[in-house]
Ligand binder design. Structure first.
Ligand code: NDP
Length: 466
């Protein structure tokens, strides 16, 4: 394309992250002329600075526990050494490999990649930073979200989770602000790598909106792993102090750390997109409002993924992107179902959850039955630390259907994927009871929970035998 040329396409996608790339490739696969703009690296938050590098760091952080546990099984080993530079170098290598796969797949699908910023001129015209204009029958905004920095004196000192993957060396101590997904994941992985870690959260419980058993059990497990957890703690300022920082809390307390990281939420990326020019307005959270087919109120303009602030998870963005492409160029499929989306929190121990929390479910199902078990898995029997596994099923007492599963412990993220299939399929507690257990596993507990517990007792009271 020359600078002034106009390219006509059937679909122009802004943002080559999970949702955008999926939509572009599926649309091109149906024969549509598709272009996609990306001003950063291809792959989006998930691949470049989110799920993928985070999970690799989490895996790295769990080796120390495995080494410790090994001695109970008869293994002994010489002194061990961890090298941050090796981990970050190898992680970035894997990210680069995935990025090139994404690029290759776009190219192989015939999608034109415009490696520059794009903004809307009107509902069917896009201008690239280079000045090139593109006319599109349909436009898909899939620009994701970015970390929000809280506002108080010294906030410029705060790192975001993006910065974690670029740190030249691993500090001795870290203060992590926030109590959501990223905060508990980052605190867990730092502590596992031997960093003295403090988690500072303004709320009274971690993971707002999650089942209270998960909140309590995770809090307890983080403390057992040596993480200092400060709840109801509002940061009022951060000051540079020597080589590190002094974090001052509104109640007068203060703490010190080499680095401070804010994991205080993310905001949709809508600045500089020309959305107003095209007539697309934003909601109170700065997100693009869409209907169940991801249409904005302007005909021809769609939006998917975190920029719409629906369920901000990569697999959901993929589904939404695919659904838009199918709607426009393929066979009409059912809209994406945002109910019962399973999710995992890669804290250590990790969480897998699907369906409403017990507190929410009590509103929805008057005859709710709660099945709960907390036990030490066989794999931990010979380890010094007896990490517990929490398994909780919620059952609608009227229909017998299992409506939610909340798991905390080893492989909870893997287990919850299959639980989501069962819940989506409408299976009843009787179906679970009729299923033969696989022994000895953690998962067998899912089909051997016999007695519903009385209304919302504490975890400790409900624990079954170890
Ligand atoms: P979350 O919205 O999950 O959590 C934000 C946290 O920051 C909350 O605890 C919130 O407290 C707190 N907070 C917000 N504003 C302030 C403030 N001004 N001062 C102090 N604390 C504040 O956001 P995350 O950044 O953790 O994650 C963003 C999204 O990314 C998640 O919603 C999730 O969908 C996705 N994600 C998914 C992952 C996965 O699937 N494993 C992993 C990482 C991210 P309060 O509760 O009081 O509002």
């Amino acid at each position: 394309m020359t600078k002034t040329s106009i390219l006509d396409v059937d679909l122009f996608v802004i943002g080559a992250g999970s949702g955008g790339v999926r939509a572009a490739r599926i649309a091109a696969g149906h024969g549509a002329a598709v272009a996609i703009a990306e001003s950063d690296r291809v792959g989006g938050t998930c691949v470049i600075r989110g799920c993928v590098p985070k999970k690799l760091l989490v895996v790295a952080s769990r080796f120390a526990e495995t080494f410790d546990a090994a001695s109970g099984f008869g293994w002994s080993h010489a002194g061990r050494h961890f090298d941050w530079k090796t981990l970050i170098g190898n992680t970035q290598g894997e990210v680069a490999r995935l990025e090139s796969l994404y690029r290759g797949n776009l190219e192989a699908s015939g999608v034109v990649l415009c490696q520059e910023h794009a903004c809307l001129v009107d509902a069917h015209t896009i201008r690239l930073r280079s000045g090139r204009l593109i006319r599109a029958r349909h436009i898909l905004v899939a620009t994701g979200a970015r970390a929000v920095r809280p506002e108080f004196p010294g906030a410029e000192h705060l790192l975001s989770s993006d910065d974690l993957f670029e740190l030249p060396a691993l500090p001795r101590s870290f203060c992590v602000m926030g109590g959501g997904y990223i905060a508990v994941e980052v605190a867990g992985l730092l502590a596992g790598l031997g960093v003295s870690t403090t988690l500072v959260h303004r709320g009274s419980q971690l993971l707002r909106g999650f089942d209270e058993d998960l909140q309590r059990s995770l809090h307890q497990a983080l403390v057992e792993r040596g993480i200092r957890v400060e709840l109801n703690a509002v940061v009022s300022r951060v000051d540079a102090a020597g080589e590190g920082f002094q974090i001052r809390l509104a109640d007068g307390r203060s703490l010190a750390a080499d680095r401070v990281l804010a994991a205080t939420g993310r905001r949709p990326n809508t600045d500089g997109l020309g959305l107003e020019a095209a007539g697309v307005s934003l909601d109170g959270a700065g997100a693009i409002p869409v209907d169940q087919d991801s249409r904005t109120r302007i005909p021809g303009i769609f939006a998917v993924g975190d920029v719409t602030n629906r369920v901000n998870l990569t697999p959901v963005a993929l589904r939404e992107g695919q659904a838009v492409a199918e709607l426009l160029f393929g066979s009409r499929t059912a809209p994406v179902d945002h109910r019962n989306v399973p999710t995992a929190v890669f804290s250590t121990p990790e969480i897998g959850t699907v369906g409403p929390s017990e507190q929410q479910a009590r509103e929805l199902y008057p005859r709710l039955q709660v099945y709960r078990s907390s036990f030490v898995p066989l794999a931990s029997a010979l380890s010094r630390r007896k990490d517990r596994m929490l398994i909780k099923l919620l059952v609608d007492g009227d229909s017998g259907r299992v409506v939610a599963a909340h798991l905390l412990g080893t492989d909870a993220a893997e287990l919850i994927q299959l639980m989501a299939v069962a819940i989506r399929g409408g299976l009843t507690k009787s179906d679970f009871d009729a299923t033969v257990a696989v022994h000895p596993t953690v998962a067998e507990e899912l089909v051997t929970l016999r007695m519903a517990v009385p209304a919302a007792p504490s975890m400790a009271a409900a624990a079954t035998v170890d």
